[in-house]
Design a protein around this ligand. Structure first.
Ligand code: SF4
Length: 194
């Protein structure tokens, strides 16, 4: 069965961004656009008239259809894009707060909720500080993100320091990290089986 972006979006919308972010990390870090299905396609095809965060996507789509715009072809192109590239494309849009254009098969007007959720997700500096041993009040999402980054860092962070930054004991940190790694492994095996 081919892996699809829809479950990753559903998970992100429910507050768990890990499936989307981990899938995005499967791409080549610098040259991820090399695999993009839209490579060589006219850029304007991905920017339907009148599309923006606060617009109604149904109206945007029907206007594009009336105008004979190639929007549907663009959406089909995204559907053919490798899943990891779609995920990376979307994460980049979220990080750059890209307010216009089709990304991962979503119009800007269909992504607004994801952008809001992404903003609420974490304050990057707070997480980085915690990983480096500087404690501050963290939201639940930031705390989880710090654990997730520690688990993915393959030993790049010092457990003692990070535990101090998170205000927990070293042994509790390592327990949480083991749980998180187990989650990654389960996710990876689900992806492989799919
Ligand atoms: S998801 Fe769509 S817009 Fe993004 S790289 Fe792939 S084809 Fe291009």
């Amino acid at each position: 069965m081919t892996r699809q972006i829809a479950p990753l979006l559903a998970s992100a919308r429910s507050g768990d961004w890990n499936p989307l972010v981990l899938t995005a990390l499967e791409t080549e870090s610098r040259h991820w656009t090399d695999a993009a299905a839209c490579s060589g396609r006219a850029t304007e095809d991905f920017f339907p008239a009148g599309d923006a965060f606060d617009r109604n996507p149904t109206v945007v789509k029907s206007r594009a259809e009336e105008a004979g715009n190639s929007l549907q072809r663009s959406l089909n192109t995204c559907a053919r894009c490798p899943l990891a590239t779609q995920a990376r494309c979307l994460v980049e849009a979220l990080e750059q707060e890209a307010e216009y254009g089709v990304r991962a098969g979503l119009l800007a007007s269909e992504r607004e909720d994801l952008h809001m959720g992404w903003k609420r997700r974490v304050r990057d500096r707070a997480v980085t500080n915690a990983l480096n041993g500087v404690s501050s009040a963290l939201s639940q999402a930031e705390f989880k993100e710090a654990i997730s980054r520690f688990a993915r860092s393959q030993g790049a962070h010092d457990a003692e320091r990070t535990a101090r930054g998170l205000g927990i004991t070293r042994s509790y940190l390592l327990q949480l990290v083991r749980n998180e790694r187990k989650k990654f492994e389960n996710l990876a095996s689900e992806h492989t089986a799919a």
